[in-house]
Design a protein around this ligand. Structure first.
Ligand SMILES: *Cc1c(COP(=O)(O)O)cnc(C)c1O
Length: 393
């Protein structure tokens, strides 16, 4: 019955898919003379606007830069409070701190891992200025509820869409709902520029402020120096940042964006294969999918059912590693990290839903470069472990 065979090579948790088009475009850029922010970055911004259906897109060196600039451009700073989910990556909270504001954490929905709108309102004080919803794993937050609460309390909404490129919510693309949305093109994300990100907004004035701040706070005519019409003159309006994307990165992005639909089809196929295989196993809970839009399937996160296994999550991960499979955990809740715990007084027990999720989750490999055989191998390995360590009823 148990005929599992360990593969010889290691299957990484994530890998980018880079084709000849991307390589040729980078070489073309290197030979062109414009290797920093220039015409290809402009082209990517325009293409991204068309893809999302938004008015402004600002290409940056990370999603983190987008999250930071979004809050700064909205005028958020010292004395303010900004609410985000505790089940997220550090940068969602760090960028709040970088503005001088205080990160206020909220627990998540037990099914989706997204910010729980029912627990959001009780976190709002007269200092609250913004909400940073995180679309966990590539599934949209309950944006109707979040936008309703934001409007009632006059709060700015800066979406962390690092996982949510191509995600939809009730017929709308993520990137067209909140005041701003930040996407990530980090190496493991659904499309990549190595490092990179995109801040999008329909607010022209906010976009202009973010643009100026992304390049030292120099005024618009100045950052346009690469063009023939540019001049030597510039004015600094703000002590800004060095957050711009380069044309080398944009060269990758142009072709990655073209391939997003192809990538998405693979992700959907592999997620379906996992769902079908794990759906009837007692030891494994598959991701809960709401029926209100497209899931970008950035992550495939299973939950271990502790009642039907003799091993815990950490041991389960070791067993996968022993079978040459790389996995990850998304995320260690923000409030459990020493910095936020010590500075803001958070402690274990503060957000029980996120903690219960954290204790049981494993992100399995899911990326277009995997083959169907790789997916079947992961399935066999999970089954093998569940059989070996399953509690007999
Ligand atoms: C990856 C990630 C980020 C940061 O993206 P960068 O482009 O690396 O700055 C932010 N939030 C979440 C939820 C992420 O997963």
């Amino acid at each position: 019955m148990n005929n599992f065979r360990k593969r010889d090579d290691f299957l990484p948790y994530a890998l980018p898919t880079i084709g000849q088009q991307e390589i040729d475009e980078v070489v073309d850029t290197l030979k062109s003379g414009w290797i920093s922010k220039g015409p290809k970055t402009d082209k990517l911004e325009k293409k991204f606007c068309e893809f999302i259906g938004c008015k402004n897109a600002i290409a940056l060196n990370s999603c983190t830069a987008g999250l930071h600039l979004a809050l700064l451009s909205a005028g958020i700073g010292s004395g303010d409070e900004v609410i985000t989910s505790t089940l997220t990556f550090a940068s969602s909270a760090n960028t709040i701190i970088h503005t001088g504001a205080r990160p206020v954490l909220v627990d998540v929905d037990p099914l989706t891992g997204n910010m729980d709108p029912n627990k959001l309102e009780e976190k709002i004080t007269d200092r609250t200025k913004a909400i940073v919803p995180v679309h966990y794993a590539g599934q949209a937050c309950d944006m109707d509820d979040i936008m309703y609460i934001a409007k009632r309390h006059n709060l700015f909404v800066s979406e962390d869409a690092a996982h949510a490129l191509y995600t939809t919510y009730r017929g709308k693309n993520i990137g067209t709902i909140g005041n701003t949305t930040s996407f990530s093109f980090y190496a493991t994300k659904n499309i990549t520029t190595g490092e990179g990100g995109m801040l999008v907004t329909d607010d022209d004035e906010l976009a202009e402020r973010a643009r100026v701040m992304s390049l030292h706070g120099m005024s618009r005519n100045a950052w346009n120096r690469y063009s023939d019409t540019g001049s030597w003159y510039y004015e600094v309006e703000y002590p800004g940042y060095k957050y711009n994307m380069t044309d080398i990165q944009a060269s990758l992005g142009l072709h990655q964006l073209d391939r997003l639909e192809e990538f998405q089809k693979r992700r959907e196929l592999y997620a379906r294969m996992y769902n079908d295989a794990f759906g009837d196993m007692d030891a494994i809970e598959v991701p809960y999918v709401k029926n209100y839009g497209r899931h970008a399937w950035h992550l495939y996160v299973i939950r271990i059912n502790e009642d039907s296994l003799n091993i815990d999550r950490n041991a389960f991960i070791e067993e996968l590693k022993a079978r040459n499979i790389g996995v990850s955990v998304h995320f260690i809740p923000i409030h459990l990290h020493p910095y936020y715990r010590d500075r803001y007084g958070y402690k274990a027990g503060d957000f029980p839903v996120a903690e219960d999720i954290y204790r049981r989750i494993i992100s399995l490999p899911l990326y277009p470069k995997m083959t169907q055989e790789d997916v079947c191998y992961v399935i066999d390995a999970v089954r093998d472990i569940a059989e070996k360590y399953g509690k007999r009823a």
